[in-house]
Structure formats: C-alpha cells, structure tokens
Ligand binder design. Structure first.
Ligand code: BTN
Length: 259
C-alpha cells in the first residue's frame, strides 16, 4: 500500500498484479466473494483488457494505469446512472490537477485531450432484488504511452504525448482515487449531484456540437443540447424532435460549430 493511499477508504484492500486478463473480471470475482466497497485491483498489464461496446482495450505493461474499483452504492439500479458522470469528472479532474492539461469529457465517459481519447471508463453492475449488489468501475488511462497500434493511432493519445513529458502514474492514481472518494461521498447517500453535473457540463466536448447516434439500427444526426439530471444526453434531431439518450456510443462531429 502506498502511504498516500493509507488514509483513503478507496484502495483498501488493494490487489496488485504484474499481469492479469482484465482487472474488471478479477474485481467482479472479488465482489462476488463479498470483498468490501473500496477494494481496488491494479495491474501493470492486461492481456484481455475490455472496453465499452465489446471493444478490446490495449493495456501494455509499464505505460498506463489499468484499475478497477468495487463500489456498493445503496441505490436501486435505476438511480445508479450518476456514478458514470461522477467517474468521468473524477478522472478528468485528476488529469487536469496533475498535468494541467485541459481534459474534456465526451459523453458518456470518454476522456479527451486534443480531440483524441486519453482514458476510458467501463462500468459493470450486478443488480440485486432492490438495490445494486455491486458496481465495478474500470478505468484505463494512457499515461506514458508513446506509440499506439495502427488501428487506433488516429484516435488515441496519452498524457505524455499531450504534455511532452513523462507523467507519474502514481500521482495520477492517487489523485483519481481521492477525487472518486470525494465525489462519491457527495453522490451517496442522496447528496446533491448538481455541482458534479455542472463540472461535467463545463468540461463536456459534446454539448453544443453535432453528433451521430444510432436509433433502432439507423444512424441519425442531432445536436447535443445538454446533460440531464440523471446523466443522459439531451439531443435535438434534424426534424426538431428532442430526446434523451441514456447510454450507447455517439460520434462527436468534433469539427462542427459549437452553438
Ligand atoms: C472504453 O472506453 O471503452 C472503456 C475502457 C476501459 C478500460 C479499463 S482498463 C481497467 C479495466 N479493466 C478492463 O478490462 N477494462 C477497464
């Protein structure tokens, strides 16, 4: 245990691996064995790192931060949606604090710098009868990655590429865990998430821009208007119809004018 994590309840207990298939998979096993809220799994490398929408997450050794945190929010599954914006604000906030870089958030929870993705979040939950049994918050941050495989080179970046210098993975880790613990204590139990959503909105690289999304298998273009009180994305399509997107993948048309 790093001394700087000693006073935190998140990060205890801590499981550290040199290599593992996926920290999210191991954290889920631990959660099913009743490990407590705050349990953290870290690995230097993942051999089968997973991203959202069934994508894989490239997790080579030594350069990134691949972590999963077990949460047990005392909430019904329908009210857990705020944990997603909360995590995005914690990760973007930690990056901003440690590096000074202007990390933005692409809805729902990609962390973006210079129009490229620097970190991703994979939230996986297990619902009980009434309340959530556990939530696994998986976070991947490209910290000192200098080169990416061809297929993601255009879309991915790292903190070292953006800042032009090496960044301490330990400092990022400690800051992310601190921010998560602070924001979680606001959201749970029944706290007022307004300030967190306000922060999310101010760091959003999606609000005000044209996006494309998919509805019943068909792509459509819309303008992103706002983030709703439950973390959804409010959009207006070209017929003037307004709707709330709850989850999924959107493409930011990043060069569109911001309104
Ligand atoms: C995404 O943007 O698609 C989400 C990426 C999440 C990657 C992290 S790395 C640690 C944790 N373990 C995994 O297998 N995935 C998440």
């Amino acid at each position: 245990m790093h001394t700087l994590l000693q006073n935190q309840s998140f990060g205890q207990p801590l499981y550290f691996f040199k290599t593992i298939s996926s920290t999210n998979d191991y954290a889920r096993e631990l959660a099913e064995r009743d490990e407590p809220e705050g349990t953290l799994v870290i690995s230097e490398e993942q051999t089968a790192g997973r991203g959202r929408m069934g994508n894989s997450w490239i997790s080579p050794p030594g350069t990134g931060l691949w972590i999963s945190l077990i949460l047990r929010p005392p909430l019904p599954p329908s009210q857990s949606s705020l944990i997603t914006p909360m995590t995005a604000v914690a990760v973007a906030g930690a990056i901003r604090k440690v590096t000074g870089l202007s990390a933005g958030i692409k809805w729902p929870n990609d962390i973006i710098i210079n129009n490229k993705k620097v970190a991703g979040i994979l939230m996986e939950s297990s619902a009980g009868d009434r309340l959530i049994k556990h939530l696994i918050v998986g976070i991947g941050i490209n910290v000192n990655t200098e080169d990416f495989p061809e297929e993601i080179r255009e879309r991915a970046t790292s903190l070292s590429i953006c800042s032009g210098k090496k960044i301490s993975r330990m400092e990022i880790l400690i800051s992310v865990i601190r921010q998560l613990e602070r924001l979680y204590s606001i959201v749970i139990p029944g706290g007022d998430p307004a300030a967190i959503l306000e922060r999310y909105r101010s760091w959003s690289v999606t609000i005000g821009r044209m996006i494309t999304a998919t509805r019943s298998g068909t792509k459509f273009t819309a303008r992103a208007l706002d983030i709703t009180a439950t973390g959804g994305l409010l959009v207006r399509d070209q017929t003037g119809t307004t709707e709330e997107l709850i989850s999924g993948e959107i493409q930011n048309l990043i060069f569109s004018a911001k309104k």
